[in-house]
Design a protein around this ligand. Sequence first.
Ligand SMILES: Cc1cc2nc3c(=O)[nH]c(=O)nc-3n(C[C@H](O)[C@H](O)[C@H](O)COP(=O)(O)OP(=O)(O)OC[C@H]3O[C@@H](n4cnc5c(N)ncnc54)[C@H](O)[C@@H]3O)c2cc1C
Length: 429
Amino acid sequence: MDPALDVIVVGGGLAGLTAARELGRRGRHVLLLEARERLGGRTWVSSFAGVDVEMGGAFVHWSQPHLWAEVTRYGLGIVELPEAERAFLRTDDGIEEIDPDAFIDLAGGFERLCAGTEAYLAEPMSIPEGPDAVDADLATTAERIAALDLDPRRRDLLDALCAALSSAPNDRVGFLTIARSFALAGFVGKMLFDTNGRWVLEGGTATLVDAIRRDLRADVRLGTRVEEITQDETSVTVRTTDGAHVAPAAIVALPVNALGAVRFDPSLSEPKREAAEEGLVSLGVKVWAKLAGGIPSMFGAAPDRFPLSFVETVGPTPDGGSVVLGFGPSAEALSPDDPEPVAGAIEELLPGARVEEVGGHDWVRDPLAGETWASYGPGRSLRWLPELERREGRVAFAGGDFARGWGSYMDGAIETGLRAGREIEAVLS
Ligand SMILES: Cc1cc2nc3c(=O)[nH]c(=O)nc-3n(C[C@H](O)[C@H](O)[C@H](O)COP(=O)(O)OP(=O)(O)OC[C@H]3O[C@@H](n4cnc5c(N)ncnc54)[C@H](O)[C@@H]3O)c2cc1C
C-alpha cells in the first residue's frame, strides 16, 4: 500500500471529480484514475462546424441544487437558448406545421400523464416508496401514454417529448423515470421544458469541469483504465492497464453500463451485478448537424417510431449556416457515425432544411459509457436504485445514473460524488 495514499477514485466524470475534490480538500491523499485522455466523462465540449458544442450533458437549471451550488461557487454564467419561430410535428400522415405554442398545450398533456405523482413523489430528492410508486415503476411510459384519452396529434407530441427525455423508446422505459423528472420540475409541465432544454452553461460544461479540476488536490492519471478492484479488511487494490495501486479505500464513479467491464473481488452485490449485466435502457442518441444558411429558428418533433424524437436549431455557424441539435431513442437505429441517415432524419423533421455536415458522439457504442443519461426499464428503478448507491466494504459508489434526486443529470453526478466522499471520509476516520 502506498502509505501516502488514502483513497483511489475510479472515473473522472462529474461524480468522480466531485468526490476527489471533496476528499482532497479535507486533506486526504487522492489518486484519480480516468480511462479517457480527458476529464468530464459524459460532459464534453467539442468543436463542430466551427462552433463549440456539447456532445453530452448540456442543459442546466437553478432548481438543480448541487449543480447550482457549483455555479455559485465558481461564478459560472448561464445562457438561454433562442425560442423557435416555427415548429413541426412528424406523424404517420407526414409532416405538419404546428403552432410553436403547442408546447403550452403539451405541458398540459404532461401534467395529465403525470397526474397523481405527488402522492408518491412528494419528496423527489429521495427514492419513492409505496404501492403507487411500485405501479409507476412497473408500467412503461408507453402504457401510461396509451391510457390517456388524447387526440392522435397530442399523443404523438407527448410520445416525442417522453422519448427525448428518456433517450429510449417509451415501451422500454419504466414510467417512474418520467415521473421523477416531472416531480423534480415542481409538478409543473412548463417547468419540465425549462429544466430540460432552455439554459446551458456559458462557455459550456468545460467551464465547470475545468473549475473543479483547478480545485483538485489529487494525483490525476488520464488514459488509465481500471480492470479489477479487490478488497480485504484493510485495503483496496485497483488494477489498471498501467499497473496496480493500493489504498485504504476507493470510490467507483462509473456509468452503470460500464461497470460490468470491471472485475470485483469479492464480487459486487447481486443487484449491482444484475444492473451492470442487464444495463440501463437509455441507449439513444444526441446528434449535431450543420444546415445551409437562411432558415428560421425551428424545432421538429416525432413520436418514438421515428429515428429522431426532437430536433431544434440552436444558433448560427461562423459561415452563415445553422447548428441543429437532435435526440433520437436508439443509437442502434441512428448513429452519428453514419451521417447520411442522420441528415435524412433531420431534413424530414425540418422542412426546407439542407444538412451539410453531421456530428455527435455515439455514447452507447463507447465502452466507457455504454449509455446516454440514465433511464431505467420497467421495475428496475426501485429494484436497483437503493442498491447501486450502497457502499460495499471499503468501496463507495457514485454516479449520476443512480442519484437520489436529479438522477441522469449532471446535478445527480455531483450529489453522489458528495455522498460517496462523505462515506469514505467516515471509513477513513
Ligand atoms: C448525450 C447526453 C446528453 C445529456 N444531457 C444532459 C443535460 O442536458 N443535462 C444534464 O444535467 N445531464 C445530461 N446528461 C447526463 C450527464 O451528462 C451525466 O448524468 C453526468 O455527466 C454523469 O456523470 P458521471 O460522473 O456519473 O459519469 P461519467 O460522466 O460517465 O463519468 C464516468 C467516467 O468514468 C470513466 N471510465 C469508465 N470506465 C472506466 C474504467 N474502467 N476505468 C477508468 N475510468 C473509466 C469514463 O471515461 C468517464 O470519464 C447527458 C448525457 C449524455 C450522454
